[in-house]
Write a protein of this length. Sequence first.
Length: 62
Amino acid sequence: MSDEPTKLADGMTSVSRQRATVLGHVCERKGCIRYAGFGFARPGQEPHWFCFEHRGDGERYL
């Protein structure tokens, strides 16, 4: 391993910070505004997102 910083190859550009951020899903439980990291959906349907505390509510979408 080297202590030198990683450099992009000539001609390459980095992805903007704004594009590289994680999608901002919010829990769908009424009144909850926490980050929702658990998505539930059947194939071909829109996902429904819930936080850790309310992830059990998402099982009805499976």
